[in-house]
Design a binder for this molecule. Structure first.
Ligand SMILES: [Zn+2]
Length: 103
């Protein structure tokens, strides 16, 4: 499983929308963040979103990336970098923690 698939299986579009402050109504509809939307016209499904107003569609990654105004590719390159840094940091921390204090 690659990083895209991991994120997609872990986070639904709805969860992402809620996380980014969109109000999700009972029908899983939100006001589209990608056009001037007064009444909820974006439908959130498990794996993808679709806006009846402007036709915006995509998966959870497209959603997050579009909110930040980035293409999915750039967004993921960025995310990968962040994750790599965190992993590196944790690894160093771990090495530091288990390093014997005496020689
Ligand atoms: Zn829209």
């Amino acid at each position: 499983m690659n990083l895209f698939e991991t994120v997609k299986s872990a986070v639904t579009v709805k969860q992402a929308a809620e996380y980014y402050g969109c109000k999700v109504n009972r029908g899983d509809m939100i006001c589209c963040p990608f056009h001037d939307d007064r009444h909820p016209s974006m439908k959130l499904n498990r794996d993808y979103f679709y806006c009846f107003g402007c036709g915006a569609t995509g998966d959870v990654i497209d959603f997050a990336a579009r909110l930040f105004g980035l293409s999915s590719y750039i967004f993921f390159a960025f995310l990968k970098k962040v994750l790599a840094n965190i992993t590196g940091m944790l690894y160093n921390l771990f090495l530091y923690a288990v390093k014997p204090r005496y020689r």
